[in-house]
Design a protein around this ligand. Structure first.
Ligand code: SF4
Ligand code: SF4
Length: 354
């Protein structure tokens, strides 16, 4: 079973678009141990994702979790896997030694040259200089690390330069999304800037691909793969099924945006999962009514209940922002895919159909 452990609701940063309510609440050792046991109790490989707030504020609990899991692995013969999403500011060599030994997959929230626009420390200082140093260190230990970008309107003009900067630093895997939620205020003009920037990024991406250089950029890669693999949105959104967040108090929820809502609580780490509720959620109609006749419905994030809830307060309602962004992105990705295929069909097939 895959669980995302919210080790703390605290964070040493105060990003402009952050949707987490920061509080001095931490997971107890009892909850942690029960969560580890639960991860080993289901079918499938046990997996833990360390999350927050900022999980490295509770580095001690990450070590504890891995020690508990090592003992459980001996008992059960099951090998656990670990992931972590971090702002990177508290990374140390000692931690990275252990993370490498445990084959931990790390996602570093880092927006490159745009970092200081939105990602400040809680006291207002910019975080670029420190995260740049930590990113270099991290790449030395774990070169496969993802850089995770969240582009808010005020950072949009630096989007393409930031992608190129991150590539230059050594990141070969990047995820990127626009910032959603009520702390960001998009205008048509700002979305137009994102489109221009994405065109520049697509040209950079194509150049690397055609030169045979490794580069994964999620907005382009995932849309091309989804098209070729014929996924439906319901395949992508696994509300309450594949990766469940565990709150600091031990309650399990369907997805991060639903934490605290009793209607989406799937049990707790001490008593296990409420299977009936999980099944009830899995049967929900994933595609919002307004999207059912849209030609892009199977390639769009419309069925992400978590994102819909963040944007509109309703898991079945897509916001106009999300719809505009998805239309723009899919159009641009299709142009990029056509051009790549025309230039080198064999390379295109190798890259996207395996
Ligand atoms: S680092 Fe993450 S949790 Fe902390 S303020 Fe930024 S977005 Fe929020
Ligand atoms: S592009 Fe808009 S209408 Fe079409 S599926 Fe996506 S959100 Fe729905």
């Amino acid at each position: 079973m895959n669980l995302t452990l919210h080790l703390t609701d605290g964070c040493n940063m105060n990003c402009a678009y952050c949707t987490r309510e920061k509080q001095p609440l931490h997971m107890s050792e009892e909850v942690l141990e029960a969560a580890c046991r639960l991860a080993f109790s289901g079918v499938g490989k046990p997996g833990l994702c360390f999350f927050g707030g900022e999980p490295l504020l509770r580095e001690d609990m990450i070590y504890k979790a891995m020690d508990i899991c090592a003992a459980l692995a001996k008992e059960t013969g099951q090998e656990p896997s670990y992931k972590m999403t971090t702002n990177g500011t508290l990374l140390t060599e000692a931690f990275l030694e252990r993370a490498r030994a445990e084959k931990m997959g790390i996602g570093l929230s880092f927006e490159g040259l745009a970092q200081d626009t939105c990602r400040q420390f809680a006291d207002g200082r910019g975080s670029f200089a420190i995260v740049e140093e930590k990113a270099k260190l991290l790449l030395r230990y774990l070169p496969g690390t993802h850089a995770m970008m969240t582009i808010a309107p005020q950072a949009a003009p630096q989007y393409a330069a930031s992608v190129k900067y991150l590539y230059g630093l050594g990141f070969r895997r990047m995820t990127a999304t626009i910032a959603y939620g009520n702390k960001v205020h998009w205008t048509d003009e700002a979305l137009g800037i994102v489109e221009e920037q994405l065109r520049e990024i697509a040209a950079f991406y194509s150049e690397k691909l055609l030169a045979g250089k490794p580069f994964y950029f999620s907005p382009i890669d995932s849309k091309i793969r989804d098209l070729l693999a014929g996924y439906s949105p319901a395949d992508r959104c696994h509300l309450g099924m594949r990766q469940m967040p565990v709150n600091t108090d031990g309650r399990i929820y369907a997805c991060t945006q639903f934490i605290g809502d009793p209607d989406y609580c799937l049990g707790d780490v001490f008593h296990g999962l409420d299977r009936a509720k999980q099944i009830e959620l899995s049967k929900r109609e994933a595609i919002p009514e307004t999207c059912r006749d849209c030609a892009l419905r199977d390639r769009c994030t419309n069925s992400c209940g978590c994102l819909n809830r963040l944007e509109t307060g309703n898991e079945n309602q897509v916001s106009p922002l999300q719809c505009s962004y998805e239309r723009m992105l899919i159009g641009l990705v299709d142009e990029t895919a056509d051009a790549l295929y025309e230039k080198d069909p064999a390379l295109f097939k190798k890259r996207f159909t395996k």
